[in-house]
Design a protein around this ligand. Structure first.
Ligand code: ARG
Length: 577
């Protein structure tokens, strides 16, 4: 049973309005003393031709609003405020989560609908820097969120594996490349020769010519150039996959930009046929004045294709292949205009799916005062970030373990540090609205008491440890439906139950706005509420047997809820730390 929904149902009947309308209007009062749910009556004043306070008082006194799980219904100004019966509420919510476990907060809203989530999309032969970490982590989380809501999710990696830079790489590799170095450490070797190419090119223009020629040969599918390009691609991908594996990310589809290059003539023909292609300074463009954006270049003056043309071809391919309900691109906000242009071209060509293509942007990653970019030289790779985070976490956990005199072996600490250290990095990317810039600070992200993954994981481990002790002492734990659960009526207990009840809503809202942070916030809320409860109550030494069992069930529920929340963010929990 969903309390908010049930309340809305009764209200809808009394007010004679659709449930959905009431449901979306119901608020959670800012101060708990006011009630658990509030209904603002001003939304009815026009249709009922009455002042909100009059409506509120009429509604509040309607006998139909006296459900057994509502302890009080009062009017306050233009609001009707509802108080739920805490005991019944606790029993209901905990029974739900302890029955559903990992399926808690699942829904069927996405049944039969396909959502494509394109994320990560790094560039071949370039380091996997922190900007790509941002898309990877947000996208990975969104894919999990949609899946939880019942959508068929396709994870797409639109690799940057095409473009004139491959002509440069081929030229550079033939001149200075080291096959062994390439096999051992592809990305660094390719980066090395790429940088060298640009240095030498300054004084040797024949390089520019050679690179252009090699790219042309590549576009024509000449076997020698194709073979080199394929080798670069494969070896780079292997390195990316190592990172993906480490953070638990996977893809269904690795069709990169190159995949679409031979589909562009079709796009050009289609745009021509629809009379959309015009010449501008030698290039073929689609004018987008009606969309208030600059023209989109489809073919450059030398006849070569560009990034945007490949994106148009790819969107058409995606629709033909998947008939998507939504086609999401998790790509940095600086590319907002590019996507606006691509979607506008599709729309002007009459493809109604254009409105279901969504650019999900995100901010910049900063470290102290630096902006990261491969072009600026000070590249911070995700790998380096994870390494450092895990190492620092290892030290913290080791020190804690020594202080508490636990029997954790170095291997166990290492395993825990891997999960917590990686979780700490991932959480940093999902804890705030994605369009906000991130400023990395070790102190902040590894603060075991802060708004961090270590804090969430620590809270989980703490609750698990209580449950282990209860088991050792053969103390019983309430199970779904037990009357004992209705003893959880203190303010602290209620706050925990409430926070667990808010998680499903947060998941749905996170999907609707493509904002994983809503889940991060809801999960942190559960952990905070639990720690407040934990610090103020004795759990194992309680003397009221029913309440003791119920409190343990509350611990168990918190574990389930935190595991669901962190899981949706791509973060793993540990049993102890
Ligand atoms: N490879 C590009 C980059 O690293 C991102 C690709 C974004 N996806 C797309 N469909 N254009 O900047």
């Amino acid at each position: 049973m969903n309390y908010k929904e049930e309340t809305a149902k009764i209200l809808a009947e009394v007010a004679g309005l659709p449930v959905e309308q009431i449901l979306s209007a119901i608020e959670i009062p800012p101060q708990r003393e006011l009630g658990d749910y509030a209904f603002p009556c001003f939304i009815l004043s026009k249709s009922l031709r009455k002042a909100p306070p009059v409506i509120a008082s009429e509604l509040a006194s309607d006998p139909r609003l006296s459900a057994p799980w509502l302890s009080k219904v009062v009017c306050a100004g233009g609001y009707v405020n509802f108080f739920v019966d805490k005991g019944e509420y606790a029993k209901e919510i905990l029974s739900q989560i302890l029955t559903l476990r990992n399926s808690y907060a699942n829904s069927t809203e996405g049944t039969g609908k396909t959502v494509l989530v394109e994320f990560s999309s790094p560039n071949i032969a370039k380091p996997f820097h922190v900007g790509h970490a941002f898309t990877t982590i947000i996208g990975h989380s969104l894919a999990k969120i949609y899946q939880k809501l019942g959508y068929d999710v396709v994870r797409m990696n639109h690799l940057g594996d095409y473009g004139t830079q491959f002509g440069k790489l081929i030229t550079a590799f033939r001149l200075w490349g080291d096959e062994n170095a390439l096999r051992e450490d592809a990305i660094n070797e390719l980066l090395r020769i790429y940088v060298k190419f640009h240095e030498v090119e300054k004084s040797d223009p024949t390089l520019t010519e050679s690179a252009r020629e090699n790219f042309r040969r590549l576009e024509n599918g000449e076997s020698a150039e194709m073979a080199l390009w394929e080798e670069f691609r494969e070896l780079s991908l292997k390195e990316f996959e190592k990172i993906y594996q480490r953070i638990g990310v996977s893809f269904d589809n690795y069709n990169g930009e190159s995949y679409y290059s031979d589909k562009i003539p079709e796009v050009v023909d289609m745009l021509k046929e629809k009379g959309l292609l015009v010449e501008s300074e030698g290039a073929q463009v689609v004018m987008l004045d009606a969309y208030k954006v600059p023209p989109c270049i489809i073919l450059k003056s030398d006849g070569t294709t560009i990034y945007a043309s490949r994106d148009i071809a790819s969107a058409l391919y995606r629709y033909e292949t998947y008939h998507f309900y939504k086609n999401i691109y998790v790509v940095g906000t600086p590319q907002a205009l590019h996507f606006k242009q691509v979607f506008s071209v599709l729309d002007s060509a009459g493809f109604s799916f254009a409105k279901d293509c969504i650019h999900v942007g995100f901010g910049l990653v900063k470290f102290a005062d630096m902006k990261f970019s491969t072009r600026e030289g000070n590249i911070i790779t995700l790998d380096a970030l994870l390494e450092e985070s895990v190492a620092k976490t290892y030290e913290i956990i080791k020190t804690n373990a020594e202080q508490r005199n636990t029997d954790m072996s170095p291997e166990e600490i290492k395993e825990i540090a891997e999960k917590v250290g990686i979780g700490a990095v991932m959480y940093t990317f999902v804890k705030s609205g994605r369009e906000r810039d991130i400023i990395f600070s070790w102190e902040e992200m590894l603060d075991f008491e802060g708004d961090t993954a270590p804090y969430l994981i620590y809270t989980y481990a703490r609750a698990r440890s209580i449950l282990r002790k209860a088991k050792e002492q053969s103390i019983s734990i309430s199970t779904p439906g037990d009357e004992s659960l209705a003893t959880l009526i203190s303010e602290e207990e209620f706050a925990v139950v409430r926070s667990i009840d808010e998680l499903p809503d947060a998941v749905a809202k996170a999907a609707a706005s493509n904002e994983p942070f809503m889940i991060a916030r809801a999960t942190a809320q559960i952990a905070r509420a639990f720690n407040r409860f934990y610090n103020n109550s004795s759990i194992l030494s309680g003397t009221d047997m029913a309440n003791r069992s119920a409190r343990l069930a509350l611990c168990e529920s918190v574990c389930e809820a935190i595991a669901v929340g962190t899981g949706l963010l791509g973060i793993s929990v540990v049993e102890r730390m």
